[in-house]
Design a binder for this molecule. Structure first.
Ligand code: AMP
Ligand code: GLY
Length: 419
């Protein structure tokens, strides 16, 4: 009998994680709660239980004899799902709530970075609008304003002028636009340089880094438009030198894992460092306590080893065997509903694809066809010997598809290819 696995989450990130698990000879069945209708094409069994219904998820895991669960998104981690599964005698891969706070509070993350000398921008934390305003006026622009709590990627304002910074402070501290997440704000030094994402499998002080990726957070071509959850990604990132990555592993990931352990907040799960390659080396702009979306859809294509075996080994205290492809690139482009990240329509029929990997997110099934049902709808991924080859393949697939009612960026990977 092979492994039965339950994955929590419903997006493209969870789709690729489930697909990788199903590719393992060790795995029998993969369930995803709540999953999405597009996942069933790949043999993933979707389970209609909400990710915050811990009691129902625990009952399901017991009933289906799930060997272990994998938690995709941050919200259940910060709701303490791993703590609740452990209390019920169930194994789940992901940090407990106390460790997931590295993502759940930007102020807490900054305290850890300060205490363990992890390179990051200078900052101060404020509850009071007038004090925050005075600090911004003293520091000048550009400057970055961040809501302390979770805000689905929307709680960060990179202000190019002091006026913009003050308006953001007012939204968060005076007008409560971000609710409790924005009752406390971190005002941070603007860091200039190229951005990259470095993720690792972590078990206490052990850190097993992945290949690096680059996300594209703005909605439109040439990094214009509003910030989104991510419009496309590629891996690895050729213009970031190997030495920069090594430095980030040694000075950022390892001290972060060791620091959390020393604080009694032992971290087992995926640790994600959002970094800027500055002239003075890599600096942290954020930590996440989980895989990134859409980074995962490209990073896991570079993994040679068996993902299910890695997670089993990490949960069982064994040393995992993890190897990455030495050559080649993977690139993924997100297709989003017109209007995203603002208001958008649902119910537009999605084309069928016969090439590339397609990872579904905001989709539903209607009369046997997939239709749009969310902001980010799906991602098309392809790999190639060069980044250009991977990019050309993805755009050839997308450009001939009927993508009415949706849009995608045309320049994913373009900056890296020009360099
Ligand atoms: P985050 O949600 O923390 O990933 O921030 C959203 C985006 O804001 C990031 O992808 C960066 O492009 C930008 N950003 C965040 N912090 C800084 C910073 N200190 N300096 C420059 N850009 C930043
Ligand atoms: N793509 C950015 C994130 O997952 O946070």
């Amino acid at each position: 009998m092979g492994l039965n696995i339950l994955v929590i989450g419903s997006g493209g990130r969870e789709h690729v994680i489930c697909q990788k698990f199903l590719q393992s000879p060790l795995v029998d069945q993969v369930f995803c709660a709540k999953g999405n209708a597009g996942m069933t094409k790949d043999g993933i069994q979707i389970v209609d239980i909400a990710e915050d219904d811990h009691a129902a998820l625990i009952a399901f895991a017991k009933g289906q004899q799930i060997d272990w669960s994998f938690i995709g998104p941050e919200v259940p981690l910060l709701n303490g799902i791993v703590d609740d599964f452990a209390a019920a005698g169930l194994k789940a891969f992901g940090p407990k709530k106390a460790a997931a706070m590295i993502e759940g509070s930007k102020d807490f993350a900054k305290e850890i970075m300060t205490k363990y000398q992890i390179p990051t921008g200078a900052y101060q934390t404020f509850f009071d609008f007038e004090k925050a305003k005075a600090y911004v006026e003293k520091m000048g622009a550009p400057i970055v304003i961040k809501a302390d709590g979770l805000a689905a990627g929307k709680g960060v304002v990179v202000a190019l002028t002091i006026e913009e910074a003050i308006a953001a402070l007012k939204d968060m501290l005076e007008d409560n636009k971000f609710g409790a997440s924005g009752a406390k704000v971190v005002v941070e030094e603007f860091l200039a340089g190229e951005e990259f994402s470095l993720l690792a499998f972590v078990r206490n002080q052990e850190v097993y880094p992945m290949v690096i990726a680059q996300d594209h957070k703005r909605a439109y071509d040439n990094d214009l438009g509003p910030n989104t959850g991510g419009m496309g990604a590629y891996a690895p990132v050729p213009q970031i030198p190997e030495a920069m990555v090594t430095e980030a592993i040694e000075k950022i990931l390892k001290p972060a894992a060791a620091g959390l352990l020393a604080e009694g907040r032992d971290f087992t799960g995926i640790l994600y460092a959002g970094l800027i390659a500055t002239e003075a080396g890599p600096k942290v702009i954020e930590f996440n306590a989980r895989f990134g979306d859409p980074e995962t859809q490209v990073v896991l294509q570079r993994l040679e080893s068996d993902l299910a075996k890695i997670i089993s080994d990490l949960l069982e205290g064994k040393v995992p065997e993890i190897s990455w492809q030495k050559t080649g690139y993977s690139l993924g482009v997100v297709v989003a509903a017109d209007g995203y990240p603002g208001e958008y329509q649902k119910g537009q029929v999605i084309p069928e694809f016969s090439e590339g990997n397609v990872y579904y997110a905001g989709v539903a099934e209607e009369d046997g066809r997939l239709v749009t049902n969310g902001g980010r709808v799906y991602l098309v991924e392809a790999s190639g010997a060069t980044l250009k080859e991977a990019q050309t393949k993805v755009y050839q697939i997308l450009d001939k598809a009927d993508t009415a009612g949706t849009f995608y960026r045309h320049d994913i990977g373009a900056k890296a290819i020009q360099k």
